[in-house]
Design a protein around this ligand. Structure first.
Ligand SMILES: [Zn+2]
Length: 73
């Protein structure tokens, strides 16, 4: 029986069946972003990207998916 293949909602990598909708990398990165924002509310995507070393586009994507606060753009 073939396992249902899911894709990470952020990077679109296929992921093992898990209760999450993101791969472990993206889960980790989105958690970093979340923590950064909780310490620095209302930062811009650029600042988040610089502080967390996560590509700008990816942080932007997280914002679009509504994973975090409203970003100051
Ligand atoms: Zn991913």
């Amino acid at each position: 029986m073939e396992a249902f293949v899911r894709h990470c909602r952020l990077c679109n990598e296929s992921i093992e069946s898990s209760p999450f909708t993101m791969c472990t990398t993206c889960l980790y990165e989105s958690e970093q972003v979340r923590q950064f924002i909780s310490k620095h509310p209302l930062v811009s995507i650029e600042e988040i990207s610089r502080a967390t070393n996560i590509p700008f586009q990816k942080v932007e994507q997280m914002a679009e998916l509504g994973l975090n606060h409203k970003y100051k753009v």
